[in-house]
Design a protein around this ligand. Structure first.
Ligand code: MG
Length: 380
């Protein structure tokens, strides 16, 4: 028995879904899912709740918050550990409780090899509908594990050029002008800014950013505009302000209005809330100019890769985004970023208690590491 496994055994294991009072990171208090005795050649899943602390209160069209619950996961095989993460901003409906309940049902012992990625993820997907962040946490850990076993990072396994990573945008939440100015100055290392709109002070937000910088801006309205003619007027005005695209301007249900806006807008109109999973893809075809792919929405890297390929084959733009996440999920998404037109992978930069190190940003550009798997290590 490895010293690590002995340590876990000595700590005991917690019944699935229980014991969520421990929010610190460390080697104890992981819940190990094992329905039968574990041999060294079986897959073992562990998970542990954790709470991310945001550096700034973050305001979107849907509300404000200063923390985000995440579930950290590990999949172990032959003493090699892959790391994963579920990030669960409250508006998406998942929580420590739902993820704990879901992950407790995931019996990876039934698989003899972690390379059965298709079979394993199909099995995980059919356990229960929804739970996409929890599913992503297994998918990411499995990719990290298999990449480590192959001793290669996933961008290389996919044949992607690490030099082709895009600049990542830095997100400026909705706030008062003096706070926005401070945030724009903090974003000095980034070449492109993502400005949240949709709470009635849109022109003030953009004019405040423009009083500080002439960098390109992308705009995320988070469904905040309700009228298509007003939305079209705004896209013309935003183009004059140096905005490069508008993300999810109107409620996702307004399909005809989104189609009309995309046809008439001088800027690309990107779908975010309107496209969650692979099965949603056909709903946005011909409706939006492109899609924002996020691991937590679609269930992980396996689905994200397919969605990106489908978008490319449909002549659509691709953006790869994230939630508030540690460097685990952000570094996983960054493996795919050479395939994207734009990246919004700043979730790890918005928190002050990251537990991993992985992808970094240099002169605004994502820098992939040569480490295998998703390219991360646990912080000292
Ligand atoms: Mg968005």
């Amino acid at each position: 028995m490895s010293s690590r496994r002995k340590f876990l055994k000595d700590c005991g294991t917690i019944a699935g879904g229980a014991g969520f009072s421990y929010m610190t990171f460390g080697r104890n208090n992981w819940t190990e899912v094992k329905d039968k005795p574990v041999s060294s050649s079986k897959l073992v899943l562990r998970f542990k709740p954790y709470v991310l602390h945001l550096k700034h209160v973050f305001t979107l069209a849907s509300g404000s918050r200063s923390t985000t619950p995440v579930m950290l996961t590990e999949v172990e095989f032959d003493n090699v550990i892959g790391y994963g993460e579920a990030s669960m901003p409250p508006y998406l409906g998942e929580s420590h409780e739902t993820a704990g309940s879901f992950l407790s049902k995931v019996d990876l012992n039934r698989f003899s090899s972690p390379f059965l990625i298709e079979d394993i993820l199909n099995y995980v997907d059919q356990i229960a509908p929804g739970n996409y962040a929890a599913k992503a946490s297994v998918d990411i850990a499995l990719h990290d594990l298999t990449g480590k076993l192959m001793k290669q990072p996933w961008f290389r396994i996919w044949g992607l050029n690490p030099e082709a990573t895009p600049n990542t945008s830095f997100t400026i939440g909705i706030d008062k002008p003096d706070v926005v100015r401070v945030k724009v100055r903090e974003a000095a290392p980034y070449k492109i800014l993502k400005v949240k709109l949709g709470q009635g002070n849109d022109r003030e937000m953009i004019e405040t950013v423009r009083s500080e910088t002439d960098k390109p801006i992308c705009v995320d309205v988070n469904q905040g505009w309700k009228d298509k003619k007003m939305a079209l007027d705004m896209t013309h005005w935003l183009k004059e302000q140096g905005v490069v695209f508008v993300e999810q301007p109107m409620p996702k249900e307004l399909v005809d209005d989104a189609t009309w806006l995309t046809q008439n807008s001088p800027l690309p109109i990107m779908a975010d809330e309107a496209v969650q999973t692979l099965s949603d893809f056909r709903k946005v075809l011909g409706v939006y100019s492109g899609i924002n792919v996020k691991l937590m929405k679609c269930g992980g890297l396996h689905s994200a890769y397919i969605m990106i390929k489908m978008a490319r084959a449909s002549d659509m733009k691709v953006m790869i985004g994230c939630m508030t996440e540690t460097s685990c999920a952000v570094s996983a998404a960054a493996q795919l970023s050479p395939l994207a037109d734009w990246a919004d992978l700043d979730g790890n930069l918005l928190i002050d208690n990251d537990v991993y190190e992985g992808v970094t940003v240099r002169d605004g550009k994502l820098i992939l590491t040569d480490k295998p798997g998703i390219g991360i290590r646990v912080r000292d």
